[in-house]
Ligand binder design. Structure first.
Ligand code: ADP
Ligand code: MG
Length: 458
């Protein structure tokens, strides 16, 4: 049975990051979950005015947060209390497990600010993430690092997008919420912290607001900042954060940071901050291998009570080799598609069909157009790019073409290999990763890519 209070509280946690705090207080906070009907979450709005505003300005963002966190929901509706039919008319056409009336509307309780499903037990462990997971667990059991764990402060978790960094931070939060209810734990994405800070210095009541800002960040026992790579190029924020960091650290408070890359790769990060970040434990998360992707899919299917057919699981795990978020997305699509066809559980033909539907929608250009654009950008004949010659320029052109195809289209790796003169799919992966790396290292690569893309739109 779905606990809609929990669902709504998770969605709110997500929204509080994406919506500025005044708008959040005005429009989101007053909403209350009422029930679920045919996979649509019904929320009660207090006034007609708020209903109109929410439908106009916040419908998309609320729906996105809901469906991305809980793939069993397909939509959200806003109703006034007076528009809700009586309970009996509801129960007529829905199953018991679909209807969950919220009985606690209006009652005050301690609301957990962490996304409830991002727990340690829901995070599958494998070679790629075990260091990060164990370090996070150690920190949760002993925040601030008494004795043995002192070197875990700060804990700096880094890894590519969609690999579970935010999940781990919330898992720490959930664990502490359960086991150390007296501890003040603050989780903030870097962008939110930066916005808070900008709001405080640009407000009319500047000095009180800055004080409130400092107090909020300095009065915690555990501070978790997500995606600190966004501190890049924000000298003012770096300075403020440096002081918050030192104060907490010296007071023995736990700091946990996440980033999409290690501190040494965050450009324009002040040295003093970089050395603080590197002063504790650096734990990386690598992309999951095939076995791990299979294990994750099985876990998600079990949770959603979807019969796991080995063929389908393997197919999905092989198709999606980038990150876990995309893996989840592919699974939702397959489940959605099989619901549409009224099939109780997805079989392989449904899975193939569902993912194909996706590729057809996404690909408006042909991979050959990308190859041609790269050739004209480098002024080389197509026979050279698909041929065997290995001059520096040709190797570079080939890698860029491969990267652009993988980035813009959903062409299978094997097909890309064929298009580029029968190259192996491992070569394709290698080239893609190489360019991804180069983009991080130098600006020229990104400029080249944008130039080629602009040729494509002509
Ligand atoms: P990041 O913050 O690194 O971009 P997220 O923490 O948002 O990634 O993770 C993306 C999605 O993948 C989340 O829904 C998360 O629960 C899921 N996920 C990532 N790694 C795992 C894992 N090892 N086991 C189960 N789910 C995972
Ligand atoms: Mg994240």
């Amino acid at each position: 049975m779905i606990d809609i209070n929990r669902v709504w509280s998770d969605v709110k946690t997500q929204l509080s990051v994406n919506i500025n705090s005044i708008a959040y207080m005005m429009w989101i906070e007053p909403l209350n979950p009422h029930s679920v009907r045919n996979n649509v979450l019904i929320l009660i709005t207090p006034t007609l005015n708020s209903k109109t505003t929410i439908n106009r300005n916040y419908y998309d963002i609320i729906k996105k947060a809901l469906t991305s966190l809980y793939s069993s929901f397909s939509d959200v509706r806003f109703l006034l209390e007076s528009e809700i039919p009586s309970d009996s008319s509801y129960s007529d056409d829905i199953h018991d497990d679909q209807l969950v009336i919220n009985t606690s509307v209006g009652s005050v309780k301690r609301v957990c600010p962490f996304i409830s499903k991002y727990t340690f037990s829901n995070l599958i462990e494998g070679e790629n993430n075990e260091l990060a997971k164990h370090a996070a667990l150690a920190v949760s059991k002993c925040p601030g690092g008494a004795g043995d764990y002192i070197e875990f402060n700060p804990l700096f978790i880094y890894g590519g997008v969609g690999l579970g960094k935010t999940h781990l931070l919330h898992a720490i939060g959930n664990y502490l919420w359960e086991n150390f209810p007296e501890k003040k734990v603050l989780y903030v994405p870097t962008e939110k912290m930066t916005n808070d800070y900008i709001d405080s210095i640009s407000s009319a009541t500047k000095s009180t607001d800055i004080k409130a800002f400092r107090k909020k960040y300095r009065s915690v026992d555990v501070l978790m900042i997500d995606d600190v790579q966004f501190l890049e190029k924000k000298a003012g924020m770096q300075d403020v954060f440096f002081h918050i960091f030192n104060e907490l650290y010296q007071a023995g408070k736990q700091i946990v940071l996440s980033s999409d890359r290690p501190p040494k790769e965050i450009g324009t990060l002040e040295d003093r901050l970089r050395s603080r970040f590197e002063g504790g434990l650096l734990a990386d998360i690598q992309p999951p291998g095939l076995e791990m992707r299979i294990a994750i899919l099985k876990h998600k299917m079990l949770q959603q009570k979807i019969a796991a057919n080995d063929e389908v699981v393997t197919f999905l795990a092989e198709q999606i080799d980038s990150n876990v978020r995309e893996l989840e997305g592919a699974l939702s699509k397959v489940v959605f598609y099989s619901n549409l066809l009224n099939k109780p559980s997805p079989d392989i033909s449904i899975a193939k069909e569902a993912l194909k539907v996706d590729t057809q929608k996404k690909d408006v250009i042909d991979p050959n157009e990308i190859i041609n654009a790269v050739c004209s950008y480098f002024r080389i004949p197509k026979s050279d790019i698909i041929g065997k010659k290995k001059t520096k320029m040709l190797v570079e052109a080939r890698m860029l073409a491969i990267f652009l195809i993988t980035d813009m289209l959903s062409t299978p790796l094997v097909t890309i290999g064929q298009l580029l003169g029968g190259r192996d799919h491992t070569t394709i992966i290698h080239s893609r990763d190489k360019i991804q790396q180069k983009i991080k290292e130098n600006k020229e690569t990104l400029i080249q890519i944008n130039d080629i893309k602009s040729l494509l739109s002509k």
